[in-house]
Design a protein around this ligand. Structure first.
Ligand code: ADP
Length: 206
């Protein structure tokens, strides 16, 4: 299955992508995670990426497309993959169309006030577990950190860019009849059930 999980920053793409990836044994390809790894390594790509990410801006399409092309050639992509945070622009979606057949795009829709609380309150533990100071506070004694781009100014910019670029991408996939919209601000288990019912229908319809 070749899938895309879409949603504004904070919509829960990463959380649900991890569960889907495990259940269907397909790799979770997050361009944000790939870029953060490059930043941590201090590579040339990482240095370039950091300057964009710290401002909440998107990296140039050609850099992202090269990353994706390389990633899709890896062995674990043979039986499908799940994109999270890609495509982020119409150009990326059009380019992807020439190298992959996407079976389903699932959009997690959320209200802005929830997104802002999720992002400003997000805290990450050293083992990668994600907490939230408003909804799911870390237990005492657990050391957490905040993502560099989870500050209010950058969050506002990331949301603005998301809404600017989202509509044309949605139209693109709606024309292909593989666009599904569900609420991302319901209970985590409810959201996941809704995702599963979409994916099971795809498997049935093959
Ligand atoms: P979020 O969805 O919470 O903003 P991501 O982890 O998906 O976070 O992305 C973090 C940052 O990485 C983005 O703000 C952007 O700078 C960069 N980035 C990630 N994916 C892409 C992409 N497909 N195209 C351009 N820039 C990207």
């Amino acid at each position: 299955m070749n899938l895309i999980l879409m949603g504004a920053p904070g919509a829960g793409k990463g959380t649900h992508a991890k569960d889907i990836s495990k259940q269907f044994s397909i790799p979770h390809i997050s361009t944000g995670d790939i870029l953060r790894e490059e930043v941590a390594k201090g590579s040339e790509l990482g240095k370039t990426a950091k300057s964009y990410m710290d401002e909440g801006k998107l990296l140039p399409d050609d850099i992202i497309i090269e990353i994706i092309k390389g990633r899709l050639q890896e062995d674990d992509c043979k039986n499908g993959y799940l994109f999270d945070g890609f495509p982020r622009t119409l150009v990326q979606a059009q380019k992807l169309d020439t190298i992959s057949r996407i079976e389903s795009v699932i959009y997690l829709k959320c209200d802005d006030d929830i997104l802002i609380k999720r992002l400003t309150g997000r805290r990450i533990a050293e083992d990668g577990r994600i907490y939230n100071i408003y909804f799911d506070p870390p237990p005492e004694g657990i050391k957490t950190y905040q993502r560099d781009d989870d500050n209010e100014e950058t969050i506002r910019e990331r949301l603005r860019i998301f809404y600017d670029t989202f509509t044309p991408i949605m139209e693109f996939y709606k024309k292909k009849n593989n666009f599904h919209e569900i609420r991302g601000d319901e209970d985590r288990t409810v959201v996941y059930e809704n995702i599963l019912s979409i994916l099971k229908n795809i498997q049935k319809g093959r």
